[in-house]
Design a protein around this ligand. Structure first.
Ligand SMILES: [Fe+2]
Length: 262
């Protein structure tokens, strides 16, 4: 098996400039979790092509938040691609963390690595957070990519969970509210779409519809439960944080779930 590429999926670092910031949901602070994550990634026994951070980089966009993010996440030894979550300020994220003079709003972009095209979608449209929404302009942009006469394998990255999963607090409180439109935009590319990678839910999940795999990852800070019928956000306080290794070959997507101690 010859891989096209390997990347690390991380999400929801929720870094605060307050080193003791942890609320009641985790045994460790967000800073401690993020620093442990960086140590883990830098000690991997192979070299990933890059790291994909699917948002909620900071918690919340208070002054100095992204300077702290840059101090911690800037230690990662590999290229990192970021999305903005509902807790982020996408302009400050780009200006301070990515040190760009001109920010892009909405914060969406594509990039290509080893012949695989990645489309990073901004799901922070006009809706009451923590819900997400993909604006008409974002959908048009995404449809153009998915309808293109393009044979390259493709990956989509987005912050919010999309499809319903029989967990009321995820389906009603947290979701991308126009998920059906988002999924419909992806359908023309399903033959070459190798996965939709998202964060926001602070747990490992997989959803498969119409041959399209949606995959989420643990947070480096706190994890949430998602039992069927659960109506309120409930921390899984004993759970370890984690990250995922994603290996793409010409005809396969392999996701390795990893956990670590802080
Ligand atoms: Fe989020």
């Amino acid at each position: 098996m010859q891989p096209l590429l390997r990347f690390v999926h991380i999400s929801d670092t929720h870094i605060s400039p307050d080193p003791d910031y942890h609320r009641k949901w985790s045994a460790h602070s967000a800073q401690e979790g993020a620093r442990a994550l960086v140590r883990e990634l830098n000690a991997l026994p192979f070299t990933p092509d890059f790291v994909l951070h699917t948002g909620d980089v900071a918690y919340d966009p208070v002054p100095d938040a992204y300077e702290t993010c840059r101090d911690i996440l800037g230690e990662i030894r590999y290229p990192v691609y970021y999305l903005a979550g509902n807790h982020d300020d996408p302009a400050a994220l780009q200006r301070v963390l990515l040190q760009r003079e001109d920010d892009v709003l909405p914060f969406h972009y594509t990039f290509e690595v080893n012949g695989v095209v990645f489309a990073c979608v901004d799901s922070n449209g006009p809706v009451e957070p923590p819900r997400g929404y993909v604006s008409d302009a974002q959908l048009t942009w995404l449809e153009g990519i998915c309808r293109a006469n393009d044979k390259r394998p493709m990956v989509v990255a987005v912050h919010h969970n999309a499809l319903p999963v029989d967990v009321p607090w995820l389906d009603e409180y947290m979701p991308m509210t126009n998920a059906e439109d988002f999924h419909a935009a992806l359908l023309p590319a399903r033959g070459r779409l190798r996965g939709v990678f998202h964060g926001h839910v602070h747990q490992n999940t997989e959803t498969l519809r119409d041959g399209i795999l949606y995959s989420s990852v643990l947070s480096s800070w706190c994890q949430f439960h998602a039992w069927p019928g659960m109506t309120h956000t409930t921390a899984d306080t004993g759970a370890e944080p984690g990250y995922n290794i994603v290996t793409l070959t010409p005809d396969q997507t392999f996701i390795r779930r990893c956990r670590f101690a802080v």
